[in-house]
Write a protein that binds this ligand. Structure first.
Ligand code: NAD
Length: 484
């Protein structure tokens, strides 16, 4: 059994306990053992962290972009140097297989490195008003709050913190109560990297306590959040009832994949299976609804089942495992409730669970449901587990209508060899991202990432993200002598 880790909060570059010394227990989702006692930040801790960020802001925002980049680069180096330890911490906390973690580390290092050099925001100038030399300025907000989920904590930490501080803001980050350990590790590196006190403060704890306090805080001027639609709604209410802080949201999904009769079925089955079962199905952009043309339904299903049965479930700390447990018991219970609904609602169930699997384990083997009614909760809700619906369609119009019949709109995919159809259908899909002959997690780090409808507000990427953390000011300057 590993030593139990005890975490603290990072406020003003000091590692401190919660103001009331409260800790909560974090258990391994695989073994059930206690792995950490985690500091539960109080609203008073939130106030202290926000005050520290506010105090640090004038000096930090006055530095040159290159000066602000120096500690960001050191953070990138540390992430790459300590990838094994970071992988171990997420495996212990939320069950991500260590073999899958290098993606998270590369993503984070790229974002820290990129924003270390990219923070040269530009406004406009205008000579179009006679007698004036006008300009717009882009300036940091001050204190920015960042609230991240548990399914890829290091990725979300880096993609939000790096652009926010590069732009000159000071931040208060709240990690997820289900996966606080990689953020805890980064807390121990902030001073070592050379970030001045107060520039990055890191809290752990439950959303309804410290998350809520950040969302309603009057001194927090912008808040970037990745998580569920339900929490996004609560944060929007808190923002509206406090200071109307600027919000950036990356929320949930129920993403469709359309498989047309001329598709490369082997490729489509391989990639859609990976999309929905990767990270144990705990991915916002997972293609959890697949619509297959009726003429190739059986062939596609057979291929999909073959790939689903090849998943290597097991201990997330073991090499060779590519599918760990659900993040905790609450998650696996929720997924099993949906599986029970599916067994009633679907025409056919293909459950890949072996006979000797323990029903109390948080490891859930992929389950495939076919011909599920569009009205079923299985079709409508984000399940966040290795559960897929495979329904059929007869016409292109029917496929588009079914794909769009959802409150989500994060990532849609389509497989066809007909390029005209790909463009026509791609245009009609109500989705922030559309994959043509590819599906999630295929992406492109310098193009907008985000969702339509209830899947988000705003877009993040290497090129887009810094805009979220900059206010715009227009300066009108009367200079009568030059052209008035
Ligand atoms: P969640 O909404 O339960 O929690 C996310 C974070 O919000 C946690 O840190 C939590 O403590 C905090 N929180 C909870 N209640 C809060 C409140 N009232 N006020 C402020 N903060 C609060 O989500 P989760 O279960 O951690 O993550 C899974 C969800 O995240 C899924 O819906 C998934 O689709 C979504 N997600 C979206 C993206 C994306 O980029 N679109 C990426 C990853 C995950």
């Amino acid at each position: 059994m590993p030593d139990v880790i005890e975490t603290q909060l990072l406020i003003n570059n000091e590692l401190v306990p919660a103001s009331d010394n409260a800790l909560f227990d974090l258990f391994s989702p695989h073994t059930g053992e206690l792995v950490a006692k985690v500091a539960e930040a109080t609203p008073a801790d939130v106030n202290t962290a926000v005050d520290a960020a506010q105090a640090a802001f004038p000096a930090w925002s006055a530095l040159s972009p290159a000066q602000r980049g120096v500690p960001l680069k050191k953070m990138a180096d540390l992430v790459l140097a300590e990838v094994d330890e970071l992988a171990r911490l997420d495996a212990l906390a939320m069950g991500k297989p260590v073999g899958e973690f290098p993606f998270d580390a590369t993503y984070a290092a790229t974002h820290f490195n990129y924003f270390a050099e990219a923070a040269y925001p530009q406004g406009h100038t205008s000579l179009n008003k006679p007698g004036f030399l006008n300009m717009s300025l882009r300036q940091p907000f001050g204190v920015v709050a960042i609230i991240i989920p548990w399914n890829a904590p290091l990725i979300f930490f880096s993609k939000k913190v790096a652009p926010a501080v590069a732009a000159g803001n000071c931040v208060v980050v709240k990690s997820s109560e289900k996966a606080p350990l990689t953020s805890w590790k980064l807390s121990q590196w902030i001073a070592q990297c050379g970030f001045p006190p107060g520039v990055i403060n890191i809290l752990s704890g439950h959303g309804h306590i410290s998350g809520q306090a950040l969302a309603e805080h009057m001194k927090v001027r912008a808040l970037s959040f990745t998580g569920s639609m339900r929490t996004g709604r609560l944060i929007q209410i808190a923002a509206a009832q406090s200071n109307l802080k600027k919000l950036v949201f990356e929320l949930g999904g129920k993403s469709p994949a359309l498989i047309f009769e001329d598709a490369d079925l082997e490729l489509a089955a391989k990639e859609t299976e990976n999309s929905v079962n990767w990270n144990s199905g705990q991915t916002c952009m997972a293609n959890s609804r697949i619509y297959v043309h009726e003429s190739v339904e059986d062939a596609f299903l057979a291929l999909f089942e073959k790939f689903a049965r090849a998943r290597r479930l097991g201990d997330p700390l073991a090499t060779g495992v590519n599918h760990g447990p659900q993040a905790d018991k609450a998650q696996s219970d929720a997924v099993r409730r949906y599986i029970a609904i599916g067994k009633k609602d679907a025409q056919r169930t293909i459950d890949t669970t072996p006979n000797d699997a323990s029903p109390s384990s948080n490891l859930i083997h992929p389950v495939i449901f076919t011909q599920v009614p569009e009205s079923s909760p299985l079709t409508r809700d984000e399940i966040f587990g290795p559960v897929v619906i495979i329904n059929s369609f007869a016409t292109e119009q029917e496929a588009i209508a079914k794909a769009n019949d959802t409150e989500f709109g994060l990532y849609a995919a389509l497989y066809t060899k007909d390029l005209e159809r790909a463009m026509r259908v791609g245009k009609k899909l109500e989705s922030g991202m559309v994959g043509v002959n590819c599906t999630s997690p295929t992406g492109c780090w310098d193009l907008p990432f985000g969702g339509w409808k209830g899947s988000g507000v705003g877009r993040e990427s290497l090129l887009e993200s810094m805009d979220h953390y900059l206010e715009v000011k227009t300066l009108y300057v009367r200079v009568g002598g030059i052209g008035g």
